[in-house]
Design a protein around this ligand. Structure first.
Ligand SMILES: Nc1ncnc2c1ncn2[C@@H]1O[C@H](COP(=O)(O)OP(=O)(O)OP(=O)(O)O)[C@@H](O)[C@H]1O
Ligand SMILES: [Mg+2]
Length: 306
């Protein structure tokens, strides 16, 4: 298990992380989401030892992460760190060897990953000659080339075209299947929803929600219904007490129910208005949960140090 336990980090007056705690099981894909400046990169840097926490600890398999353990982690930093003049293939072999692979294994891994991530034909080109998205693919290969035990990737999908997204998603799921805990940050919430077993939403340095996407969607705070009464305007719903029409489109309405409103009465009203084709509870999307979770920034976000 990869455990992030009570991480706190200040930059001057800014409380970048406040007792951040979560755990990722072997084989679990954990999506780390939050607004710009929420603290994702700070947390991931601490997980990889690039940055020291003011308090808290990161553990892998029950033991605090050390310099030695981290060699077996795969990390993709936010500030991409490849040598621009080095050739793609050589670069990957070099990194794999730094992490202890022998020459043959390093070459095999570099070839397999460049193939898999669609940059095999660029192996002999200097990194700087590649387009941004292809450099990104090489950066990903660099994080994966030593067959890491743990993966921590800061916005690995940014800048990739849809084919690149699919290729990377495939590689990550495959590594997870082999028992690797995978943590990645992303602003592409549809992707997070599709790939992740669980999600952590961070707001102003605090984890404000976590769990499986299904669990988060269950824990909704507002009750919404989706009702389809073809070709009938939503006026039937607008007059019901405690019911707000959230959206309306060609007979399909989303309603928000106030406290104590009986959904069966809403159904009866819909049936009076026309032929009810669909009537269901509507679960929020991850994007909606995200908006809700990051809506209020805690007042103590900026701490005045004594
Ligand atoms: N080196 C630094 N010096 C001072 N403040 C910093 C530094 N690095 C980060 N911060 C602050 O810490 C907070 C968290 O930043 P961080 O980069 O971790 O956010 P993030 O969630 O990765 O955001 P993004 O989605 O934009 O990448 C922000 O308020 C940021 O301004
Ligand atoms: Mg960041």
């Amino acid at each position: 298990m990869l455990e992030v336990d009570g991480l706190t980090k200040r930059y001057g007056d800014t409380l970048a992380l406040s007792s951040l705690t979560f755990a990722v099981r072997p084989g679990e894909v954990f999506g780390f989401v939050g607004a710009n400046g929420a603290g994702k990169t700070t947390a991931m840097r601490i997980m990889l030892g690039v940055l020291a926490a003011d308090a808290g600890e990161v553990r892998w398999q029950g033991r605090p992460v050390t310099f030695e353990t981290r060699r077996r982690f795969g990390y993709m930093p936010e500030e991409r760190g490849l040598y621009p003049k080095m050739r793609v293939g050589e670069h990957l072999v070099y990194l794999a060897r730094l992490h202890g692979l022998d020459a043959a294994a390093a070459t095999r891994a570099a070839e397999a990953l460049t193939e898999r991530l669609g940059v095999a034909t660029r192996r002999d080109d200097a990194v700087e000659k590649l387009s941004l998205g292809n450099q990104q693919r090489v950066q990903l290969a660099a994080a994966l080339v030593h067959d890491p035990e743990v993966l921590v990737l800061d916005e690995p999908f940014s800048g990739l075209d849809p084919v690149g997204v699919d290729a990377l998603a495939g590689v990550l799921l495959e590594r997870a299947k082999r028992g690797v805990p995978v943590v990645f940050s992303s602003h592409q919430l549809d992707l997070v929803e599709r790939l992740c077993d669980s999600v952590g939403i961070i707001n102003a340095g605090r984890l404000v929600a976590s769990g499986t996407v299904a669990e988060l969607r269950e824990r909704e705070t507002t009750r919404q219904l989706r009702v389809v009464v073809p070709d009938v305007p939503a006026t039937w719903a607008g007059t019901l007490p405690g019911v707000t029409v959230v959206s309306e489109r060609r007979g399909e309405v989303v309603l928000e129910l106030g406290p104590g409103v009986d959904d069966q009465q809403v159904l009866a009203a819909a049936a009076r208005a026309g032929r009810v084709e669909h009537f269901s509870r509507r679960r929020p999307t991850l994007t909606e949960l995200f908006r809700e979770a990051v809506a209020d920034v805690p007042a103590d976000r900026v701490e005045v140090t004594a």
